[in-house]
Design a protein around this ligand. Structure first.
Ligand code: FAD
Length: 407
C-alpha cells in the first residue's frame, strides 16, 4: 500500500479513537447491562471514517488495506477503547478471510451489501461450551469433534448446536459458523464453514455475556435448532473448514496482539504524563531514577512486542516469509507484555489507580488488558499450537524467509 494512503488511514483511525471513542468509552463501559455497552452510533461514525471497510477490496469500494496497515490501525483504535477496536477488528479480519475463500458468486451476494450498510458487522462462531482449545491446538483425533453439526438435506444442510463467547455475536449481519459435517473423524478433517445470516430460521441469539473488560464489544451465544443453510452458503470446501480457518488465523492473531498492545501503549503514555506531574520527595516521579528506568523498561517491552506483531502482520501478506508459529506466538507475547506494562502502570499511579473516582482510567485499562490472555486462543494453547510446528520444523537460517520475500 502506498505510504501516503497508509498514513491517511492511520490518521483517520487515530482521530476517530481520540475525538469520538475516548470521550464516550468510560460511560459505555460502566453500564450495568452488558448489551447496553455496545453503541451503533460509534459503529456508524467509525464507518464514516472508512474504518469498517478498511480491508474490503477496492473493487467493492473498500480501502484494500494490507494486514500490517490494518494491525497498526487496530492498535490506534484500541488506544481509544479496546472494545470498539475488537468490534472493527472482527469485521476486518472476517472480510479478509471471506475474500480469500468465497466464490465469485458469494462475493457478489455479500460484499456490495457489506459496503452499503454502515451497520453490517461480521462474527465468527468456532468456540463451543465443550470445544475451544480443541480447535486452537488443534486435536486431530475423532474424540474431539465440533459438537455443532450439519447434516445434508435437500439443497443444503441442517445445522444444530451452540456456540458461545462470540464477539459481535448479537450484532452481526453475517456469521462464519463451523460445524462437524463428517462424523467419526476429527474437526480438522470433518468440519465445514457455513455463511449464516442473522434472522435465518432456526438461528437465535442466546445470552449476551457479562464481561470483566472489553465491554464495548458484545459477546453472545449462538443457538442453532434445525437451521437450514443452503448449499450456496458453504464457504470453501465441504469438510474443508480448517482450510478456511488456516486463512483466518494469521491476521486474527496479529490483530488480537495489536489490540492489546493499544491498551498497553495507552497505559504507558498516561503513566509518562502522570509521573511528570505527580511530585513526591520534592520532585516529579519521573525525576526519580527508579521510576525513569521502569518507564524505559515498559517502553522496551512494548517496542519488542510491537516489532513481533509487525513481523507477523507483514509476513501474513508475504507467503515466502511466513512461519506458522507467527499465527500463534505474537498474541501470546503481546498479551503477556500488555499485562506486565498495565500492572506496572497501575502500580506507578499508586492509590489513584485503584480509586475509580480519581479518574486515572487505570482500572478500566487493567480489566481490558486481561481480555487477551484468553481471547483468540488461551495463551498456553497457542504455545502448544506453536510447539507442533516447532517439532516439524527443519531449521532454515532465520534470515532466509526475508531474503526470499524481498527477492
Ligand atoms: C473476550 C473473548 C472473545 C472471544 N471471541 C470469540 C469469537 O469471536 N469467536 C470464537 O469462536 N471464540 C471466541 N472466543 C473464545 C476463545 O477463543 C476461547 O475462549 C479460547 O480459545 C479459550 O477457550 P476456553 O475458555 O474454553 O478454555 P479451555 O480450552 O477450556 O482451556 C482452559 C485452560 O486449559 C488450557 N489447556 C487446554 N488444553 C490444554 C492442553 N492440552 N494442555 C495444557 N493446557 C491446556 C488452556 O490453555 C487454558 O489455560 C472469545 C473468548 C473471549 C474470552
Amino acid at each position: 500500500m502506498e505510504a501516503k494512503r497508509r498514513k491517511e488511514l492511520l490518521e483517520a483511525a487515530r482521530r476517530f479513537a481520540e475525538e469520538v471513542v475516548r470521550p464516550q468509552a468510560e460511560e459505555l463501559d460502566r453500564r450495568m447491562d452488558p448489551a447496553d455497552c455496545f453503541s451503533w452510533e460509534l459503529v456508524e461514525q467509525g464507518d464514516a471514517f472508512g474504518l469498517r471497510t478498511l480491508t474490503l477490496e477496492p473493487a467493492y469500494g473498500g480501502a484494500g488495506a494490507d494486514t500490517l496497515t490494518t494491525a497498526m490501525a487496530i492498535e490506534e483504535l484500541a488506544r481509544g477503547d479496546l472494545g470498539i477496536a475488537v468490534v472493527f477488528a472482527q469485521t476486518l479480519k472476517i472480510i479478509q478471510a471471506l475474500q480469500k475463500a468465497a466464490t465469485p458468486a458469494q462475493k457478489e451476494r455479500f460484499l456490495p451489501r457489506f459496503k452499503e450498510d454502515p451497520r453490517f458487522l461480521l462474527a465468527i462462531g468456532i468456540t463451543e461450551p465443550e470445544t475451544s482449545s480443541n480447535y486452537i491446538i488443534p486435536y486431530d483425533h475423532p474424540e474431539a469433534p465440533f459438537q455443532t453439526n450439519a447434516v445434508r438435506a435437500r439443497g443444503g444442510w441442517i445445522l444444530n448446536g451452540r456456540k458461545h463467547f462470540i464477539s459481535n455475536g448479537n450484532r452481526a449481519r453475517l456469521y462464519l459458523i463451523f460445524a462437524q459435517t463428517r462424523l467419526g473423524v476429527s474437526l480438522v478433517e470433518g468440519s465445514t464453514c457455513f455463511l449464516v445470516e442473522q434472522g435465518a430460521p432456526g438461528f437465535t441469539i442466546g445470552r449476551v455475556h457479562d464481561k470483566l473488560g472489553e465491554r464495548l464489544t458484545n459477546n453472545a451465544e449462538l443457538i442453532f435448532q434445525e437451521c437450514f443453510v443452503p448449499d450456496e452458503n458453504v464457504l470453501g470446501e465441504v469438510d474443508g473448514g480448517f482450510e478456511v480457518l488456516a486463512r483466518f488465523f494469521p491476521a486474527s492473531n496479529a490483530y488480537a496482539a495489536a489490540s492489546v498492545l493499544g491498551v498497553a501503549e495507552e497505559a504507558y503514555q498516561r503513566t509518562l504524563q502522570w509521573t511528570r506531574t505527580r511530585v513526591q520527595g520534592g520532585r516529579s516521579l519521573l525525576e526519580h531514577d527508579l521510576i525513569a528506568a521502569t518507564l524505559a523498561e515498559m517502553k522496551m517491552w512494548l517496542d519488542a512486542a510491537r516489532a513481533y506483531v509487525y513481523q507477523a502482520a507483514w509476513a501474513a501478506d508475504h507467503a515466502e516469509a511466513w512461519d506458522p508459529t507467527l499465527g500463534a506466538l505474537p498474541k501470546v507475547l503481546a498479551s503477556q507484555v500488555a499485562w506486565k506494562v498495565v500492572t506496572t502502570a497501575f502500580e506507578l499511579h499508586g492509590g489513584y489507580a485503584f480509586m475509580r473516582d480519581m479518574k486515572t482510567g487505570m482500572e478500566k485499562l487493567l480489566r481490558d488488558a486481561a481480555t487477551f490472555l484468553h481471547s483468540d486462543g488461551a495463551n498456553q494453547s497457542l504455545l502448544l499450537k506453536a510447539a507442533r510446528f516447532i517439532r516439524r520444523s527443519e531449521g532454515v537460517p532465520t534470515w532466509m524467509p526475508y531474503l526470499e520475500a524481498a527477492a
